[in-house]
Design a protein around this ligand. Structure first.
Ligand SMILES: Cc1cc2nc3c(=O)[nH]c(=O)nc-3n(C[C@H](O)[C@H](O)[C@H](O)COP(=O)(O)OP(=O)(O)OC[C@H]3O[C@@H](n4cnc5c(N)ncnc54)[C@H](O)[C@@H]3O)c2cc1C
Length: 431
């Protein structure tokens, strides 16, 4: 069976579902296809192992789509402070207190009510599926992947695993880092695998829900502690947290093989003393991390968004926030193409989308790489440099706060001076 739409969105992850909702609100006839079945939130179940720190900018975008109240009604944890410090050991470590290299970003000092929310991916996705389903012009097609593409001159045709074909003007690839659509459209990527991997641990700790997230930088990789919601009456006085431990694949394989008690002990030794004590580990999973950028964001009638276009080091939790910015930008271009009375896949508008998003995504990739290289080594001058950097961040609250407001999505623009500096950094053009 062949069905006709204006737009087919392949991949109903957080980014694809958001974009389909926005396009549906603009009145486009959209098919939203995903190989997975609908996400299902169970309030009694432990949290999803995949959580994301959603910035204030993402919150505004999700508000516009109508998904934010739904997310808040399900489950989300606000954070108002973010503590960052360098944990590299050196011969003088015992003599120097940690405080000089600790920087705390506090919403009140940034003139904001909060820095962001930690939300389980399943919850964001479910809220967005609901919003997409509420749009009369959006058709959800879960449980079937894309197998073939005909990227024709006049229309594109997408073939699904169930044998159905969908014909449309524009196909949007939102099917993640391993995008099949990107491959079918013949769009290549540049890719660098990092030496580190990430292990995510879903755990309970003794104590109330916190409004601070912690990130300690070790030469082997960062370690982050993200507080989640209360564990409820079944575990009085306890709360859930998501821990992320970046390290070599060998070290993570060793940690992953430990039983729960031994892993709790390893975490106690490996994380700072002032973090809450863990009481129980629910799940653990490790993820390879890579910096990957599509060589083009569009080809013919296909355009890419989110992880299908770029994946970045998750150490500062920016991946989906960038994906939402792609989605908002592409929606504007599609609306403009429609207003101009032309083809929704007109190269003029797709090129404008890429012109806007590629430099912004590249800038964030470069910033994450700079962090990665600066903090993932033990060379004494580099160690000195980063401690000077953290010291400067403490000493120059104005500059620090402007950058932090941008990174948290409170401000939409990086200060002009910093934009000029990042634009001149070597290597930016190759990404
Ligand atoms: C350890 C870790 C921690 C992270 N923490 C954060 C964070 O704190 N903040 C943040 O902003 N980001 C974070 N990220 C990044 C974030 O998870 C991703 O950027 C985000 O999930 C990308 O969303 P997406 O919708 O583009 O792709 P995905 O989430 O990958 O969704 C792709 C969708 O496409 C579907 N699909 C795949 N193939 C097909 C096919 N052939 N046909 C049909 N459907 C298909 C999949 O089922 C899926 O639903 C983290 C990533 C990792 C690994």
């Amino acid at each position: 069976m062949t069905q006709a739409f204006d737009i087919v969105v392949v991949g109903a992850g957080m980014v694809g579902a958001a974009l389909a909702t926005g396009l549906g609100q603009n009145g486009f006839r959209v098919a939203l296809v995903d190989k997975q079945t609908a996400p299902r939130y169970d309030p009694e179940a432990p949290p999803d192992i995949r959580v994301s720190a959603l910035s204030a900018g993402s919150e505004r975008y999700l508000q516009q789509l109508g998904a934010w109240p739904e997310i808040m009604a399900l489950r989300a944890t606000v954070y108002r402070r973010l503590a960052v410090w360098d944990e590299t050991r050196h011969p003088l470590s015992a003599l120097i207190p940690r405080k000089p290299t600790e920087v705390v970003f506090d919403a009140t000092l940034l003139a904001a009510s909060h820095l962001g929310h930690i939300v389980e991916n399943r919850i964001t996705q479910q809220a967005l599926w609901q919003c997409a389903a509420n749009q009369p012009s959006v058709t959800l097609m879960p449980g079937t992947g894309v197998t073939a593409l005909n990227n024709g001159d006049d229309r594109a045709t997408v073939t699904l695993e169930n044998g159905d074909t969908l014909s449309c003007q524009l196909v949007i690839g939102a099917d993640g880092g391993q995008s099949r659509l990107r491959e079918l459209a013949g769009i290549g990527v540049t890719r660098d695998q990092y030496a580190q991997q990430a292990m995510v641990i879903s755990a309970r700790y003794g104590g109330p829900v916190e409004d601070i997230t912690w990130q300690a930088f070790h030469p082997s990789g960062p370690r982050a502690f993200l507080p989640l919601h209360s564990a409820g009456p079944a575990h009085p006085g306890e709360s859930w947290a998501s821990l992320v431990w970046y390290d070599s694949p060998e070290e993570l394989a060793r940690l992953k093989a430990l039983d729960n008690e031994a892993l709790i002990l390893a975490i106690q030794r490996g994380f700072p003393d002032d973090l809450p004590r863990l009481t129980h580990i629910d799940t653990r999973a490790s993820f390879p991390i890579a910096r990957q950028h599509a060589k083009h964001y569009h080809n013919g009638r296909v355009v890419l968004v989110g992880d299908a276009a770029h994946t970045i080091n998750p150490l500062a939790g920016q991946g989906v926030n960038l994906g939402f910015q792609d989605a908002a930008c592409l929606q504007t271009m599609i609306r403009e193409a429609h207003r101009a009375g032309g083809d929704l896949a007109h190269p003029l508008w797709l090129a404008r989308y890429e012109q806007q998003r590629r430099p912004a995504n590249r800038r964030m990739m470069l910033a994450m790489d700079a962090f990665y290289h600066l903090f993932s080594n033990r060379i004494p001058p580099v160690h000195l440099l980063r401690n000077l950097g953290l010291g400067a961040a403490r000493a120059l609250p104005f500059a620090r706060n402007r950058v932090a407001r941008y990174a948290m999505g409170i401000d939409e623009e990086l200060p002009a001076m910093l934009k000029q500096i990042t634009a001149r950094l070597p290597g930016l053009k190759q990404l």
